[in-house]
Design a protein around this ligand. Structure first.
Ligand SMILES: Nc1ncnc2c1ncn2[C@@H]1O[C@H](COP(=O)(O)OP(=O)(O)OP(=O)(O)O)[C@@H](O)[C@H]1O
Ligand SMILES: [Mg+2]
Length: 111
């Protein structure tokens, strides 16, 4: 199994959520987070001589799926989270982690 962690723009979250639920995933965890990327949280590529790091609001989505589904999930996030606006930065990141085990608490069922 893989855990796909996607950090997206808040204004893109409902589009990403709808695309993911339409693709048939069986669950997700969503957290409101703050973060910065390569531009130190600046919203534009050129912003004078300001070196201060800003933390921007983002939404973190965690989805655990079978290995065979991971590429589908990644592509679904890519296609729905991208703003496509010229010069727009900060569309987000996707991290993929190997998951050793999952347990359903109600039934004790694993994976
Ligand atoms: N190296 C990192 N480690 C952990 N979280 C990160 C890292 N880079 C980015 N993030 C998270 O992803 C969010 C979105 O990052 P962002 O889209 O700005 O990445 P970027 O690599 O700077 O890409 P872009 O050039 O489009 O801005 C950040 O606010 C932060 O929460
Ligand atoms: Mg950035």
């Amino acid at each position: 199994m893989k855990m796909i962690i996607a950090i997206v723009k808040p204004e893109k979250f409902s589009e990403v959520k709808n695309a993911l639920t339409d693709s048939g995933i069986e669950g997700m965890t969503v957290t409101e987070v703050k973060g910065f990327g390569k531009q130190g949280g600046h919203k534009e590529i050129f912003r004078g001589t300001e070196y201060k790091i800003d933390l921007l609001n983002k939404v973190k989505i965690e989805i655990c799926v079978e290995d065979s589904e991971a590429e589908n999930v990644i592509n679904t996030v890519l296609n729905s989270a991208k703003t496509g606006k010229a010069g727009e930065i900060g569309d987000g990141k996707i991290f993929v982690i190997d998951v050793e085990k999952s347990v359903t608490i109600r039934t004790g069922e694993t994976n």
